[in-house]
Design a protein around this ligand. Structure first.
Ligand code: CAO
Length: 416
């Protein structure tokens, strides 16, 4: 089956997570992604957090599936020549080097545009161009702090907290993928490429949109009624950390289930959706609350919301998280068990949908990865194992017109 991005050639100059997550997604959808890596070393994640000595780490394999690997020292003249040839015949160059690295290598946007006016150059940086921190190198948690996520995550009596979700890295990569596809669409009509830039700070902030909403509400009225600090606690002039409170108009919290004393994930998330109040009362056996003026509206419930959560926890005491959700789903109550990574890895629905995919790797055997979260009616996304370092060097060089003698010489000089 042909894939929509077949025919799009991408020079993947990315490393670690933010850039590789972007190009992996484009590779799944059919683009020919050629990962350019330094000879002998490659992407630093190949050797970071290894679980099998000498074998590419899961950190690398889970972010670089469906790609080809070309080793190339782009600081050597012959390496620059090869990169120049590649640029002339590619559609997109994606990079997430530290600020200025591509320019220092001699490949400024102006130069790339001269070589190939249709080229799209897509970059991830920590901060946007012209930002007062634009010179900073940035990793995931730095971005979570700079983008407003850390100050608003965690509990009121604890420090700013980062999320386990890669809001700075993979999230930025997803934003960049949208930018690249948009630029490709624009090129269809203009014939011209362009520069696409996404900063990690901006991408985190884009997901923290509701917290900027809350800052403005707080500035105006002095309190935020959906936060646990309301109405019994106090507010300062900045959005507080809201613990596990729901971020919209539906109060919710993480609640203990049977076994919580020993199982760190024996919890469910429970949402009190306004119009589901009657079903909630029925599910809990608290029918008397349905028409009680002290409980029947969201406003009336607000000052005793934690007492209500306490009653629900009482009801949950003899139910596992799975039993509880099986009961509550019949009452149309938005809820979920808190799933551990072990449970997710074994989840039959996630396996069946391809969201958890078992992939074959030449050296490590099979491993699990997260497949495409985007499902298409007319395309099946097949996840292939990540490439070994330099696995496709010779075939890429041959396609650029290098003879086997030239290629041997390039290996000899450690250009590739
Ligand atoms: N051949 C020769 N040189 C190469 C090369 C190749 N194939 N690939 C990379 N290099 C060189 C670069 O040209 C650069 O050289 P100079 O600094 O001398 O110009 C050098 O390698 C280091 O690049 P770097 O600054 O990107 O690497 P780092 O390890 O010091 O920093 C990181 C890593 C992630 C902090 C930085 O790349 C960064 O801030 N990137 C932008 C933000 C980002 O994407 N962060 C998310 C990473 S995922 O958590």
């Amino acid at each position: 089956m042909s894939k929509p991005l077949e025919g799009i050639k991408i020079i993947d100059f990315t490393h670690v997570q933010a850039g590789p997550a972007c190009t992996q997604l484009l590779a799944w959808f059919g683009a020919d992604v050629i990962k350019v890596e330094r000879p002998g070393a490659g992407d630093v994640t190949r050797s970071q957090l290894r679980d099998i000595p000498g074998v590419d780490a899961l950190y690398f394999t889970m972010l670089n599936s469906n790609k080809r690997s070309l080793t190339l020292d782009t600081k050597k003249p012959e390496g620059k020549e090869i990169l120049t040839k590649l640029i002339k015949e590619s559609d997109v160059l994606v990079e997430n080097f530290g600020p200025g690295a591509l320019d220092r290598m001699g490949f400024t946007w102006e130069h790339i545009k001269e070589l190939n006016p249709g080229m799209i150059v897509a970059s991830v940086k920590g901060f946007s161009d012209g930002h007062h921190y634009e010179d900073l190198k940035v990793y995931e948690n730095v971005a979570q702090c700079a983008g407003g996520a850390a100050s608003t995550t965690g509990f009121d009596d604890g420090p700013p907290t980062v999320s386990a979700a890669a809001l700075g890295d993979s999230n930025t990569g997803m934003h960049l993928a949208i930018g690249i596809l948009t630029a490709l669409r624009a090129r269809d009509t203009t014939g011209k490429g362009q520069k696409v830039a996404v900063s990690m700070q901006d991408s985190v902030l884009n997901l923290c949109r509701v917290k900027l909403r809350d800052q403005q509400r707080l500035d105006r009225v002095g309190y935020l009624e959906e936060y646990p600090q309301y109405p019994h606690g106090t507010f300062s002039d900045v959005v507080p950390r809201g613990g596990n409170a729901g971020g919209g108009g539906q109060p919710g919290w993480v609640l203990k289930c049977k076994g919580w004393e020993t199982d760190p994930n024996a919890y469910i998330y429970f949402t009190i959706q306004g119009h589901a109040w009657a079903p909630i009362c029925k599910a809990l056996g608290k029918e008397e609350w349905i028409d009680d003026p002290a409980y029947m509206t969201a406003g009336a419930r607000q000052d005793k919301i934690f007492a209500i959560f306490g009653t629900i926890e009482d009801w949950l005491k003899d139910k596992t998280k799975f039993e509880a959700v099986d009961i509550l789903r019949k009452f149309d109550i938005p809820c979920s068990p808190v799933l551990s990574m072990k449970e997710i890895a074994a989840d039959p629905s996630l396996r069946a949908s391809g969201t958890i995919a078992e992939v074959e790797h030449k050296e490590r055997g099979t491993y699990l990865t997260v497949g495409s979260p985007i499902k298409f009616s007319d395309m099946k996304v097949d996840i292939k194992g990540s490439p070994l370092l330099g696995e496709h060097t010779d075939e890429v060089l041959e396609s650029l017109g290098y003879s086997s003698k030239d290629i041997a010489a390039l290996h000899e000089k450690q250009v590739v």
